[in-house]
Design a protein. Structure first.
Length: 163
């Protein structure tokens, strides 16, 4: 008799735990479904561009915004080739990578600007005429509407192959 009562109590406890676990699973599934819907609604952003077919760009007497006119990928249309500006469509952390090339003596490089404020300079002094590449990247926390663009500093030049 005592053994039967223990078994009934244990069975009742197990049923309570099972019911609680099932409710927790339903709540978790509902939250996962909600997060998947939110993620599906967020815009996807990716772009890949090249500068021009002009060969040498610069040097100029003033800083010059670079407009990467050859657009190979622009998912989300966040990059504007007419202005050279990337505009963040949503708040998030963005990874941006760029490569500049030089094929001359002198100064080669670019400024990275966020919302018209200089945040980084990547440059190199070319002591002899040879093809040199400089690659850099930046991870920025941006809010919707923030802009990022590259600027060719005054008296600097870069090279983009005409092929």
């Amino acid at each position: 008799m005592v053994h039967m009562e223990l078994l009934l109590r244990e069975n009742s406890d197990l049923q309570t735990r099972l019911s609680t676990t099932e409710r927790e699973l339903l709540v978790s599934k509902s939250r996962i479904d909600q997060l998947e819907r939110e993620n599906a609604e967020k815009p996807k952003v990716s772009f890949y561009t090249a500068l021009t077919d002009a060969g040498y760009v610069g040097p100029h007497n003033t800083d010059t915004t670079l407009k990467y006119s050859k657009v190979f990928t622009n998912i989300g249309n966040a990059y504007n080739p007419a202005t050279g500006f990337f505009t963040a469509p949503v708040k998030g952390v963005y990874y941006l990578q760029f490569t500049v090339c030089g094929n001359h003596t002198g100064l080669m490089g670019v400024f990275v600007f966020k919302n018209n404020q200089e945040i980084m300079l990547t440059d190199e002094i070319m002591e002899k005429a040879s093809v040199e590449h400089v690659t850099n990247s930046v991870v920025l926390e941006l809010i919707s509407g923030d802009t990022v663009h590259l600027v060719l500093p005054r008296l600097y030049s870069v090279y983009d192959d005409t092929k």
